[in-house]
Design a protein around this ligand. Structure first.
Ligand SMILES: [Zn+2]
Length: 498
């Protein structure tokens, strides 16, 4: 392994033994200890098992219950009967103690479990690394268990509108089947950013990110106020609600439904932005609604969120996000350059999120897609394609892998990409970004069939909790067990960390 995912390992121990994510101080303390003593989670897990916090809750649990809890905490699933039998036998025979079983489970986990736990604990790591100790919420959601239905989306948007004076909500159109198309506006800044999600009905996670973004931006916080002062964000979540309703029908087991990617007239929304061919309101009113909002706001930048298939990069990791600006040769250079700056802002923002693997989407010149069509009319654009299309298809086919942790990591990445652009527009650094830097982003990897994504032994993130070096053989933790309850800067200072 090239990288050591210390923070994720610490998060795993907290979730498994203490039933909560590590708080900022706890994460810093244990990550420091692991690195400082070149230790592995095997070395520190016993401290968690001996902690008062674990013993007080686990004493009442028999081994079956404990193992079931560990599976839920680590892998977001229920264990099979033979898995429970295996681990309880290990505990029974004294082969493993409670303080040894979690590292053993992580290191022996199957690839889908490795992926789920890496996703979950990367989200936890990012959260703990970017929240203050005082504002840390141990109930912070780490997984995305359900996608909003259309009705839930509308209810949540209306609720945001009721809750916040800072948000303005309007129905600006109707889908072919008569579902409302919403436009939400937050902020009063001179710079305008428009974000659209789910032109393709089976590409849902951008919508989840967008609702979280609207909530974040509307709130009465210093952070949100500073962004609202400089930037006006115009959002159109899920512009293909009919397609999404069909995807939900597939999930419910219906076989013969029209491709949920498309609208109900079997049209692809994202092939209708050719300026010489306005969309026909009879067959594709959804794209027309998007164009009307573009015309009304004349945004400085347009972000378009999608999902793509799986691609394996040269570093052995799957791409989680591929981006591209307007590449049609007739687009004015400064328009494409603004898209490139957005790409750089996103690359900068995602550097701190370990789960993110950013690459460049290989662009076509097609003038009918939003990325080129809007740019030909002068609106800078960036296409954002996130991992998830094949996984959503798996869900639609009724296959039962739990993607709630992966979905959370993808939605988190989507949200961070949006915030990266907005923060950069707000603090004025956006115009200083060098468009040329966008060309340094890696090319997208090779297409990999879904059956093979868990078969590759190159993916570091599928071995994220493994022992990785000979040095750990001789690593010895200090004789005095460090305290779990690190609460203040003074505690950190006591261990030479402040
Ligand atoms: Zn798409």
């Amino acid at each position: 392994m090239e990288e050591k995912y210390t923070e994720q390992q610490v998060q795993a121990l907290y979730e498994a033994y203490l039933g909560r994510p590590a708080d900022p101080f706890g994460q810093r303390f244990w990550s420091f200890a692991l690195d400082r003593f070149d230790a592995d989670i095997d070395d520190v897990a016993p401290f968690f098992a001996y902690s008062r916090e674990f013993r007080s809750t686990s004493r009442k649990l028999d081994d079956d219950e404990l193992i079931t809890n560990f599976y839920d905490a680590l892998f977001e699933r229920k264990p099979e009967d033979d898995e429970v039998a295996f681990w309880t036998a290990q505990l029974d025979s004294g082969e493993l103690r409670r303080g040894e079983v979690v590292p053993a489970m992580l290191q022996g986990a199957r690839p889908t479990d490795q992926e789920a736990s890496f996703a979950k604990f990367s989200v936890a790591d990012y959260y703990a690394s970017n929240v203050s100790q005082r504002e840390f919420d141990k109930d912070q959601q780490l997984t995305l268990d359900d996608l909003r239905s259309n009705e839930e989306l509308y209810a949540d948007l209306e609720a945001l509108d009721d809750e916040y004076d800072t948000l303005d909500l309007e129905v600006v159109g109707e889908s072919l089947e008569g579902r409302p198309l919403y436009r939400a506006e937050v902020g009063e800044g001179d710079k305008t950013l428009m974000i659209v999600s789910q032109q393709h009905g089976d590409e849902p996670l951008g919508t989840e990110a967008l609702v979280t973004l609207l909530d974040t931006l509307s709130a009465d916080t210093e952070y949100a106020r500073a962004l609202r002062e400089e930037v006006t964000v115009v959002a159109m979540p899920r512009v293909n609600p009919d397609g999404f309703a069909r995807w939900e029908q597939q999930v419910a087991g219906e076989q013969d439904v029209l491709d949920p990617r498309r609208n109900s007239a079997n049209m692809d929304l994202n092939r209708s932005y050719d300026a010489d061919n306005r969309p026909d309101p009879e067959t594709i009113p959804e794209a027309l609604a998007v164009l009307d909002v573009v015309d009304e706001y004349e945004p400085d930048l347009f972000l378009d969120y999608h999902h793509q298939n799986n691609y394996l990069g040269e570093d052995g990791e799957l791409d989680t996000m591929s981006i591209q600006w307007a590449t049609n040769p007739e687009v004015a250079p400064q328009v494409s350059e603004t898209g490139q700056r957005a790409a750089v802002a996103i690359a900068n923002q995602l550097e701190d999120f370990d789960h993110a693997e950013l690459s460049l989407f290989p662009g076509s010149d097609n003038p009918a897609i939003a990325r080129n069509g809007l740019a030909l009319e002068g609106t800078p654009t960036l296409l954002v394609e996130q991992r998830g299309l094949q996984e959503m298809d798996q869900v639609a086919q009724g296959l039962d892998t739990d993607y709630s942790a992966l979905a959370s990591a993808i939605a988190t990445e989507g949200l961070l990409s949006m915030l990266g652009v907005i923060e950069s527009m707000a603090d004025g650094s956006f115009s200083e970004l060098d468009p040329e830097d966008a060309l340094m982003i890696a090319e997208r990897g090779e297409r990999i069939p879904f059956e093979e994504i868990y078969a590759t032994d190159q993916r570091d993130s599928l071995q994220w909790a493994s022992e990785d070096h000979a040095a750990s053989e001789s690593a010895v933790m200090p004789a005095e067990a460090p305290v779990l309850g690190v609460q203040t800067d003074n505690d950190l200072a006591a261990y030479g960390m402040a």
